[in-house]
Design a protein around this ligand. Structure first.
Ligand code: CTP
Ligand code: CA
Length: 226
């Protein structure tokens, strides 16, 4: 009689999930972006909603449909994503930042299409705000979950980000490994927790990674019962 749909361990929890790439405008026809498909974040959003959470999904441009039961807010740039996240942070219990946020944006956004000129073209860049690091400074009751896509020294870099951004969990993947990374439907991740615990997961679908991660978040919150 009790189907899975009645298993709602996240009932009453507010989740804020960011997903996809950002786009940083150069001029009206060009922008800087990355290979993020958004699939990992959308799977987490759908799985969290299925477990009873109230989910707000702040999404960069993707080709994906909005998951069932999820409130979606579309953004383009890192700055837009930052502002949308800040608006929702106070009322959030768990933040999962799967988005591949641009680290740099053009210093000047040209109002007109840039024209070719003799000589080298240079686009001057400036840093975007680190959204997750800002949340790490502001955090009170919230559980913060980051993602780290690396091509080398995965453990060292991921643990560095966990520490530096004041996170509770970080999900690391080596995007050069088969079955991991941006575009596909599978991923191979290791979860590092603030309490020193490490969970190395085998290659599995992004849906299964989402469910494993949510189980670890539930676990972590119970253990920390803050
Ligand atoms: N992140 C963010 N805002 C940024 C950059 C990154 O919120 N401006 C978040 C990402 O969403 C992710 C985590 O920080 O959850 C790690 O992102 P990553 O790009 O791996 O780390 P960086 O700190 O940007 O370091 P680097 O790119 O130099 O490895
Ligand atoms: Ca980065």
């Amino acid at each position: 009689f009790f189907s899975n749909e009645l298993y709602q361990p996240l009932k009453g929890k507010q989740f804020l999930i960011t997903a996809g790439p950002t786009q940083e405008k150069i001029d009206p026809v060009r922008y800087i972006t990355n290979h993020s498909s958004g699939k990992m974040g959308y799977q987490i959003a759908e799985a969290a909603a299925g477990l009873g959470a109230e989910v707000t999904l702040i999404s960069g441009p993707t080709q994906l449909a909005t998951p069932k039961g999820v409130t979606r807010i579309n953004v383009d740039s890192a700055q837009d994503m930052y502002e949308a996240v800040m608006e929702h942070f106070a009322s959030t219990d768990v933040v999962v930042k799967t988005a591949a946020v641009a680290d740099y944006r053009p210093k000047v956004v040209h109002a007109e299409k840039m024209k070719k000129k003799p000589g080298d073209a240079v686009i001057e860049l400036e840093r975007t705000t680190d959204i997750l690091a800002t949340l790490g400074e502001l955090k009170k009751h919230q559980t913060l979950v980051g993602f780290a896509a690396e091509t080398e020294k995965v453990e060292e870099y991921a643990k560095g980000k966990l520490e530096r951004k004041n996170l509770d969990l970080i999900v690391a993947n080596n995007i050069t490994e088969a079955g991991a990374g941006f575009k596909g439907d599978t991923n191979k991740v290791t979860i590092y927790k603030k309490n020193g615990e490490t969970i190395e997961l085998p290659i599995m679908t992004k849906r299964d990674v989402a469910e494993q991660l949510l189980a670890e978040i539930i676990n972590y919150e119970q253990g920390n019962s803050r």
